[in-house]
Unconditional design. Structure first.
Length: 216
């Protein structure tokens, strides 16, 4: 069911998380941030997002879009630059109302504003509710002059090879011979490395007869 959504380890963490929720939390997702952070596959962003959006609590929720919005509106920079979690959370926290529900609504608003209006390449400044108070616009919308974080490429990476190998296993009713995996990528060293990491991650199950299958 995970298909080609990417980062297949997350599928395993999702299942592990479901087991922990059942065994430790009575089948309910906990509301407390500290408890959320103990769940498999749940990091600081996911935990804060669940606490804020599902349980309407006051927590700064920072993603790429929120970081860019804050960089422009508050600091006057065209781009956010490299992530600095402590600073990023502190900047958003300073903007949140004290009341939980209002803070949760603002957290949603900041995320949507960054995603739909204060976009990376073509910000829609005339329709932005922060236009009159935006530090970046007040400074004349200067170009970004600092370090640029380049998007991670996909083509040719081990991640691509891992996906191709998993495609073969997903499409087979029975364990497959190594030869069926060998044809998906010409670079032997990279292919073997990708297969090894899939085995280590628990995403591929080597069979006693030398074939390979998805984990049972």
């Amino acid at each position: 069911m995970w298909g080609k959504l990417g980062y297949p380890r997350r599928a395993l963490r999702l299942r592990e998380c479901a087991v922990v929720l059942t065994e430790r939390f009575g089948g309910e997702v906990p509301a407390e941030l500290d408890a959320l952070l103990t769940l498999p596959g749940v990091g600081t962003y996911t935990a804060r997002a669940v606490a804020a959006f599902a349980y309407r609590q006051r927590h700064p929720v920072v993603d790429t879009n929120v970081r860019r919005l804050i960089a422009r509106a508050i600091r006057g920079h065209a781009q956010a630059g490299p992530a600095a979690p402590a600073r990023d959370h502190a900047e958003v926290d300073a903007l949140l109302p004290l009341e939980n529900e209002a803070a949760a609504r603002l957290s949603v608003a900041l995320m949507e504003l960054g995603a739909l209006v204060c976009t990376a390449r073509s910000p829609r400044c005339p329709s932005c509710p922060l236009a009159d108070s935006c530090a970046w616009r007040a400074a004349g919308a200067p170009e970004h002059s600092g370090r640029t974080v380049r998007p991670q490429r996909f083509a040719g990476t081990d991640r691509q090879v891992r996906g191709l190998l998993l495609d073969v296993l997903r499409g087979a009713d029975d364990p497959v011979e190594r030869a069926a995996l060998d044809v998906v990528w010409p670079d032997l060293v990279q292919r073997e490395r990708a297969l090894d990491t899939l085995v280590v991650d628990g995403l591929v199950d080597p069979q006693p007869d030398g074939r390979f299958a998805l984990p049972g």
